[in-house]
Ligand binder design. Structure first.
Ligand SMILES: O=C(O)C1=C[C@@H](OP(=O)(O)O)[C@@H](O)[C@H](O)C1
Ligand SMILES: C=C(OP(=O)(O)O)C(=O)O
Length: 444
């Protein structure tokens, strides 16, 4: 347990300036894991130094990789070779990090040792059966708490068998867990996904020398990994995280008169759904200086305030903006007319039940919100909700950041009971937002 760190956000004037958000969390986790398996030294530039990623670094060290940080912020990882991880001599504590937990479960599953995993109260409530089911098909065994929850033990296998697995839910974490187990498995391991999810695992495994084929099949997108590759160290440049960029971008969209630039944002099409959705609502977001960095499309986003209107956001877009619904809902609450967010079932199993966090938090702020099955309907009046409430962050960084952004336009301030979880993905959030003109402070 940590001491709660409340923060309050007050109404701000027009935002201006240029900022750069921290590195992409998904890419940072993978760079540490793959560097930790590769032969030679991998240098990582722009690694996200958030608690989730530091948990991955610690876990890889505990299993034999060498992970260090230079004074200039560059990270170096010397790997152990595919299949070369060693048994950690203490439980791995993954804190708040679902991605770290599920991907590492995959890696460990195909090693002949046992590892214990735990995390904070949020992580201990999240479903892990979605990963244990396919990994058991490959030969690993698990001892978990009821409903497949942490703490758990992964009993890895010396003789993993390859599988072809169709994802029952759209999840890059499940896809990646199976593919990472496939690394130390002879033969070909495939994952078929009915809805495409972020493809950083496929792209980065290729960058480290593995063979990964991607085919469009009648059942969906099929990624196939050829097992037991020799992974070779490869430098990684981490782009700015689009999921983090979404917070200042929404701020620029809702605070009248704003004109800001968020520089160096990763715009992988399987991640950029929130920007498309904001544009559907009338937002002015221009991609300036588009380029490719570290194999990912990147641009500077210029955001100019424009009045937003409601829009229907289709369910098939969910995987490309799964972590951005909370902050998009803040924008919808400031828009005029009805916004319908469809297909949100996966929001219920994130760091908290984010569908409930949208409905309860926005309603408390004075907005009109209805949940119908897996859809969320927000009826905007064109005037921001009035605010004047304390929102419980529930160990969920994205709840805290989203409501702090909304507080920039509500008549009354919005207080977050504990903003400490923000450090899991976006260290320095409040100072960076304040450099644009937001008014986020520790004292109410
Ligand atoms: O693979 C990844 O890096 C991630 C996948 C997503 O989770 P799911 O796979 O559970 O949708 C996302 O919510 C998470 O923040 C990062
Ligand atoms: C869902 C998230 O992360 P994770 O699943 O890695 O905890 C997130 O960052 O919003």
């Amino acid at each position: 347990m940590h001491a709660p760190r409340p923060l309050t956000s007050r109404k701000a004037g027009a935002l201006s300036g240029t900022i750069r958000v921290p590195g992409d969390k998904s890419i940072s986790h993978r760079a540490l894991m793959f560097g930790g398996l590769a032969l030679g030294e991998t240098r990582i530039t722009g690694l996200l130094e958030g608690e989730d990623v530091l948990a991955t670094a610690a876990a890889m060290r505990a299993m034999g990789a060498t992970v260090t940080r230079d004074g200039d912020g560059q990270w170096r990882v010397t790997g152990v070779g595919v299949g070369g991880l060693s048994e950690p001599d203490a439980p791995l504590d993954l804190g708040n990090a679902g991605t770290a937990t599920r991907l590492l479960m995959g890696l460990i599953a195909a090693h002949p040792f046992t590892a214990f995993m735990t995390g904070d109260a949020s992580l201990r409530s999240r479903p892990m059966a979605r990963v244990t089911v396919p990994l058991e098909q490959m030969g690993a065994r698990f001892v978990t708490r009821s409903k497949g929850r942490l703490p758990l033990a992964v009993i890895g296998t010396a003789t993993p068998t390859p599988i072809s697995y169709t994802l029952p839910v759209a999840s890059a974490q499940v896809k990646s867990a199976v593919l990472l187990a496939g690394l130390n498995t002879p033969g070909e391991t495939s994952v078929i996904e009915p809805e495409p999810t972020r493809d950083h695992t496929e792209n980065m495994l290729r960058h480290f020398g593995a063979t990964v084929r991607v085919d469009e099949t009648p059942e969906g997108r099929k990624a196939t990994l050829v097992g037991q590759p020799v992974l070779k160290a490869a430098d990684v440049v981490v782009p700015g995280d689009p999921s983090s960029a979404a917070f200042p971008v929404v701020a620029g969209c809702i605070v009248p008169g704003s004109d800001i630039i968020v520089a160096g944002v990763g715009l992988n099409p399987l991640r950029a759904g929130v920007f498309a959705s904001l544009r559907d609502m009338g937002a002015s977001i221009d991609e300036v200086n588009p380029r490719v960095e570290g194999g990912e499309p990147v641009a500077d986003l210029r955001v100019r305030y424009a009045p937003l209107h409601g829009a229907e956001i289709p369910a098939h877009r969910a995987p490309s903006m799964i972590d951005e619904y909370l902050v998009l809902a803040m924008a919808a609450a400031c828009a005029s007319g009805r916004t319908i967010l469809r297909g949100l079932s996966e929001l219920r199993v994130k760091e908290s039940d984010r569908l409930a966090a949208i409905a309860e938090g926005l309603t408390a702020c004075g907005a009109i919100v209805t949940v119908a099955g897996d859809d969320c309907i927000i009826d905007g009046t064109g005037t921001p909700p009035k605010g004047g409430v304390t929102i419980g962050a529930k160990l969920d960084h994205r709840i805290a950041m989203s409501y702090l952004i909304l507080g920039a336009v509500t008549e009354q301030p919005i207080r977050i009971d504990d903003a400490a979880p923000v450090d899991t993905s976006f260290p320095g959030f409040a100072d960076l937002m304040n450099s644009l003109g937001l008014k986020i402070a520790a004292e109410a």
